[in-house]
Design a protein. Sequence first.
Length: 146
Amino acid sequence: MPTQGVDVLTSVLMRQRFRHAAINRMIDRKLGTKGSVYHVKADNLPGNEVSRTFEGGQHGQASVSFFLVHNSPGQGPELHHHPYDETFIILEGQVLVQVGDETVVGGPGDIVVGPPDVPHGFTNVGPGQARLVCIHAAPAMQTTFT
């Protein structure tokens, strides 16, 4: 009899452990935390047809934020800076990127990195649309316009 009691207790504890693990996995998936993939459609991000914003801290435990930019010739943000790096990945078009006193004209496949606290900005120099991803090395964006 004592052996049966231990077996029953072990069985109950094992079921509770599995139930607890399943509940934790469900919570992780809902919150986008460890051990799960977080998925969001770009069209569901805040913004408009020119720019969409992903702030990592609002999407589970993502440690970066970014803008998805699709702008016309002449468009781009004024000079600004952040307390962290910003990385520009140019997907389409010709973009003039200014970082401090330096400028670079980049095209598809080019990557430009601006260091923390250095004023920077970009402008689509045309002739067509530009698409780029502007990655902020932080879970929440902090921007100061100069």
